[in-house]
Design a protein around this ligand. Structure first.
Ligand SMILES: [Zn+2]
Length: 199
């Protein structure tokens, strides 16, 4: 296959990237210097070797230890656990500087019209709750995007937590977030008010 076509098709597999954008990426790389392209190749290669999944929050990190820097930070509030859809949403909350508790990455949101939670770490989360309660957990915050999939995921988790751990307080982000918005694209102030207005 033609190398331009080949790379363009690879970019098209990225979330949210269509053929036109994929071609623009390829054009950009064609204009880039060989050293810039090598840096990209190198960065992709290193994803396999040095990045691992934290056994506690399930986010991907490049630390030298098994448990990530957030989970091993004794300064973080063990009373709070924010459940987020993905690593990007976790980074967005972290950058907003409003939240200092622990995290759990669910690995996505439910697909509408399907009860299947394939690929979501629902069981892992429920299994980890007893140990987290022993460590002082008091509130679980469902921090999902303000869209139907996020709402469905929050409702499902809420029901499962209430069934298994009726004493655990479960809250959701307030609707400071505009409908349909992904956490990762929300500005810091919006995230802050969504956190403060959780209920
Ligand atoms: Zn972690």
């Amino acid at each position: 296959m033609d190398p331009i076509e080949r790379l363009s098709r690879l970019f098209e597999k990225f979330p949210g990237i269509g053929p036109r954008q994929a071609q623009r990426f390829v054009q950009f790389l064609l204009r880039s210097s060989p050293s810039a392209r090598r840096e990209l190749i190198d960065a992709i290669q290193h994803l396999g070797g040095s990045v691992r999944e934290c056994p506690e929050c399930l986010r991907h990190h490049a630390g030298s230890k098994k448990v990530c820097a957030l989970c091993s930070d004794a300064g973080r509030d063990v009373h709070l656990l924010a459940v987020v859809a993905n690593d990007a949403d976790l980074s967005a909350l972290e950058k907003s500087g409003t939240y200092h508790g622990r995290y759990f990455v669910l690995g996505g949101t439910l697909h509408l019209g399907s009860e299947q939670a394939t690929g979501l770490h629902l069981r892992e989360l429920l299994r980890s709750v007893p140990a987290r309660l022993d460590a002082g957990l008091e509130e679980l915050i469902l921090a999902f995007p303000a869209n139907p999939e996020g709402d469905a995921t929050a409702a499902r988790l809420h029901a499962e937590i209430q069934r298994g751990f009726p004493a655990l307080k479960v809250t959701m982000l307030g609707r400071g977030l505009s409908t349909g918005s992904e956490l990762e694209y929300a500005d810091h102030e919006t995230l802050k008010s969504a956190f403060e207005n959780r209920r």
